[in-house]
Write a protein that binds this ligand. Structure first.
Ligand code: PGA
Length: 236
């Protein structure tokens, strides 16, 4: 049996106070899901100290090991403060920081070497979806992963047009992409869906055969919503 994964990506939100509220509430809950909270970097150490019944992850990692790279945080440093997971290539990093290709593979390599599990985010934008290129784009974003298949890797399909927009991909669109990713990556890589996941749609998404969990943005900041999403997940 494996547990479905529910990950809460706080993005550039949250505070010490929210962390306290959230970790207290999560510590008392018992979920079939494996729950991970991904707060901003400044809260990671405190999150790890408070984490009972949930794991802690980071939203990004440097492609460098150490040195003169102002503002960066390394994989070893993330591991040192208790992170289990780290997002790599979230669409907001791709969009606002120009991240792509080999640099993302380098981030994943650093993460793996430090004992973290990289969560590679992939997904097409609206123009690509409308041009019928969604599968081609995602396939391309999944290239070069062979060496990570045995070392621990999670992939999150997050169509850019569904992130923070309230527009969730249809069940058919999610199923189609996840089936394609499963065929490509095999059965050992957990596949998450992300993009406007909320309490009202989580159960249906999580019931799909090739969906092993969800990556939640906005709805992870409100305990009542996040709690219901965690409850929608099952052991499979
Ligand atoms: P959203 O974000 O749930 O607010 O759409 C998801 C994500 O970006 O991981």
């Amino acid at each position: 049996m494996s547990r479905q994964l529910v990950m809460g990506n706080w993005k550039l939100n949250g505070s010490v106070a929210l962390l306290q509220t959230m970790s207290q509430a999560l510590s008392g809950a018992e979920y079939a899901a494996e729950v991970t909270v991904l707060p901003p970097c400044t809260l990671l150490l405190e999150a790890s100290r408070q984490a009972q019944g949930f794991f802690v992850g980071a939203q990004d990692v440097s492609s460098h090991a150490s040195g003169a790279y102002t503002g960066e945080v390394s994989a070893v440093q993330l591991a040192e403060v208790g992170c289990k997971y780290v997002l790599v290539g979230h669409s907001e990093r791709r969009q606002y920081h120009g991240e792509a290709g080999n640099m993302l593979l380098e981030k994943m390599r650093r993460a793996s070497e430090a004992g973290l599990v990289p969560v590679l985010c992939v997904g097409e934008n609206l123009a690509q979806r409308e041009a019928g290129e969604a599968e081609k784009v995602v396939t391309q974003q999944l290239s070069g992963l062979d060496s990570f298949l045995s070392s621990g890797l999670v992939v999150a399909y997050e169509p850019v047009w569904a992130i923070g927009t309230g527009k969730v991909a249809s069940i058919g669109q999610i199923a189609e992409m996840h089936d394609m990713m499963r065929a490509k990556l095999g059965s050992t890589v957990p596949l998450l869906y992300g993009g406007s996941v909320k309490a009202a749609n989580a159960a249906e998404i999580l019931s799909l055969g090739n969906v092993d969990g969800v990556l939640v943005g906005g709805a992870s900041l409100v305990f009542e919503e996040f709690d219901q999403i965690c409850r929608a997940a099952v052991r499979v």
